[in-house]
Design a protein around this ligand. Structure first.
Ligand SMILES: Cc1ncc(COP(=O)(O)O)c(C=O)c1O
Length: 446
């Protein structure tokens, strides 16, 4: 299969270059003003050798500067899980734009959003940020404050944004920095403990040191492919964090795909702190982090108000009125209970389509789904933890499938084979992906 993948990749690269002359010209021009020719380094990861330049995005589609239209399953890597520019959010944001953007004063929307997030997620004392990275950073700082402990525990191959403490991985039993970690401020074993997902004994051993302020966890790993929690794992995670008096921070930024209250509500989790970002403002920079009453009471009074502007938590533009208006409109009109029902149904259809192709061609691959997020991995069984998932990555096949799909008007996320359903995605969009995936699989095995 490797040989046919290499051959197909060459063909697809030629075809991509031929059909995207304007994107290519813009990429060449960008080299003289942007570092490495892109506004953000991740944009170098797109499979065609240069990124597609978008001219316009709407609903679950976009058109590029060469006039080609795409079905978008990447959806800004979850930032646009709402669909692009949903009308009620555009309206609310446009109205707010005419009434002020940022003041360092609260608006009534903040109260509404706090109340709604409490209804959805259970934790009840909220703060706002502009990115999920910041929500996680601030949650960690406050966890250190209330526990008086220095360390954070994360799971091997997790991703929680550009949070310094989280770029740690295991080499044997040693905590080391991940490959590619740029300019780490201190060695990672000073700040972080790392254990494998689904390893209850390893978790207990790490927590027993008594120096972990918080466990920061996605309720299923999503950033090394989806790695679900095994039955009973969340119960163990909760009871061990309680036993060792470590706060449990659940990061719902991606697992919001599991339902209106994320995985937490869908599976009855009881985090001490919950963080969420990306989609909750339809892509207008927005994030939130919330605490239980009990943790809020422990924080209460420990932050000196006179110093709170330089305490390392917050930001000038955090909780600005535009961001809050976007969150309110998104939660009221777009990411509703009914929308999730539809999106999850489409996720099932996507999963069934991929599974049928895998079965028809007897491929040693599998497909997995979490709510409206679906992903296929080029290994036969589901991985149990981050290490198994990392070992199962196949960069050649990833790149080929991405480019094959892109050349046929279907966009997947650049990092792995992940597809998200939005309220604007249709059954025809899903079926188009199945058709393209079937064609790629047939060519690969021919
Ligand atoms: C689970 C999780 N948390 C947090 C983040 C950080 O989000 P942002 O890059 O918007 O700060 C990401 C980004 O991919 C994520 O996957």
């Amino acid at each position: 299969m490797k040989q046919s993948a290499e051959r197909l990749l060459e063909r697809e690269l030629r075809s991509f270059a031929e059909t995207h002359p304007r994107s290519r010209a813009l990429s060449e021009r960008a080299r003289s003003s942007l570092l490495a020719g892109v506004p953000m380094q991740w944009m170098l990861r797109w499979a065609g050798g240069f990124p597609v330049y978008a001219e316009k995005a709407w609903a679950a589609r976009f058109r590029d500067v060469d006039g080609i239209e795409y079905v978008d399953f990447c959806l800004g890597d979850t930032g646009a899980m709402t669909g692009h520019s949903p009308e009620p959010v555009v309206r609310a944001v446009a109205e707010q734009l005419g009434r002020g953007i940022t003041l360092m004063l609260p608006s009534e929307d903040a109260l509404w959003v706090g109340e709604e997030l409490t209804r959805r997620f259970g934790v009840s004392r909220w703060q706002f940020a502009l990115t999920a990275t910041d929500a996680n950073r601030f949650a960690i700082r406050l966890a250190r404050l209330v526990t008086g402990r220095p360390k954070v525990l994360v799971f091997n191959w997790c991703y929680h944004g550009t949070v310094d403490e989280t770029f740690a991985t295991l080499r044997g039993d040693a905590v080391v920095e991940r490959d590619g970690n740029i300019g780490p401020p201190v060695p990672l074993d000073e700040t972080t403990r790392v254990v494998e997902w689904n390893d209850v004994q390893g978790l207990e051993r790490a927590l027993a040191h008594g120096d972990v302020a918080c466990v920061l966890a996605e309720p299923a790993l999503t950033n090394i492919g989806i790695v679900p929690a095994e039955p009973g794992y969340h119960d163990a995670l909760r009871s061990l964090t309680r036993k060792y008096e470590t706060l449990l921070v659940i990061d719902e930024t991606h697992t919001l795909c599991a339902g209106p209250g994320g995985y937490t509500a869908a599976h009855g989790l009881e985090p001490d702190v919950l963080t969420v970002g990306k989609a909750i403002g339809s892509g207008i920079p927005s994030a939130a982090y919330g605490f239980t009453e009990e943790v809020a009471a422990r924080i209460g009074g420990t932050i000196a108000v006179d110093d709170s502007d330089v305490g390392g938590v917050g930001g000038t533009l955090a909780a600005n009125v535009l961001s809050l208006a976007a969150m309110r409109a998104t939660l009221t009109h777009v990411l509703t209970d009914e929308a999730f029902e539809r999106m999850i149904g489409l996720g099932r259809r996507f999963e069934e389509g991929v599974a049928s192709v895998i079965a028809e061609q007897s491929l040693p691959w599998h497909v997995t789904r979490l709510g409206c997020r679906v992903e296929y991995l080029f290994r036969p069984e589901r991985p149990r933890n981050g290490s198994e998932a990392a070992e199962g990555q196949d960069h050649l096949l990833d790149r080929l499938i991405h480019l094959y799909a892109l050349n046929r008007g279907v966009l997947l996320t650049p990092f792995h084979n992940m597809a998200l359903m939005s309220p604007a995605t249709s059954e025809a969009d899903v079926d188009r992906h199945t058709e393209v995936f079937a064609a790629a699989a047939a060519e690969l095995v021919a």
